[in-house]
Design a binder for this molecule. Sequence first.
Ligand code: COA
Length: 212
Amino acid sequence: MVRSEQERGRPRPRDYQTNSRPRNSRSRHSGETLFAPVSAVLIRKPRGDDAAAFLAAVRRSRSLHRGWVAPPATLKAYRVYLKRIHSGQDHCGFLIIRSATKALVGVININNIVLGPFRSAFLGYYAFSDYRGQGLMREGMRHVLRYAFKKLKLHRVEANIQPQNHRSLALVESCGFVREGYSRRYLKIDGRWRDHERWALLAEDFRRRKSD
Ligand SMILES: CC(C)(COP(=O)(O)OP(=O)(O)OC[C@H]1O[C@@H](n2cnc3c(N)ncnc32)[C@H](O)[C@@H]1OP(=O)(O)O)[C@@H](O)C(=O)NCCC(=O)NCCS
């Protein structure tokens, strides 16, 4: 497959800001937050000065993540992650942040972005344990999907999920993803190749849901 990173006119992944003030809100967006005050969460790109809070949240969430994801757990790994999402246009990452307290709720990454006739990417995500199961990741996911389809103008966003990962399956299903297939021994996690279900949301699905 030919990658088209060179494609002209592609929007650079960056903090997603709305152009207008949100309804029902008197506050203005700062330079770096998005989808703010009417939402319980906002999304923004991770920064160097998030390292301590991020790594502490990862430490507290070890049992939640085990067997599903392997987030950066050291300062070195966090810096590599930042470099990956800030340099180049293949990856894009967002912290999900609780609007009221600015606490870290979780992370959603848009990985392996390929444009051209493909216009596709893969999601990776995890909540931090203090905030799981509160509907906040779902809200963050909807913001990230809006970014993926409206800013990056992707046509397809995929999530590959282990069949036993019921929370993750419920999350994508609630956002309108459709199960498209089953990939045997798709990803190596904790030293073992694991089967995954392939779920996808298309731009037209996303538009249709918005107009429902
Ligand atoms: C997967 C994961 C991110 C889900 O996070 P979460 O905090 O449980 O997600 P949310 O609470 O925002 O949403 C998921 C659930 O809330 C439901 N939900 C939340 N708000 C809702 C709303 N307003 N309307 C309808 N459904 C809603 C979702 O359908 C889903 O279903 P369930 O509660 O009935 O099971 C989290 O469990 C996690 O980090 N797991 C470990 C890492 C991982 O597995 N990552 C994914 C690898 S593929």
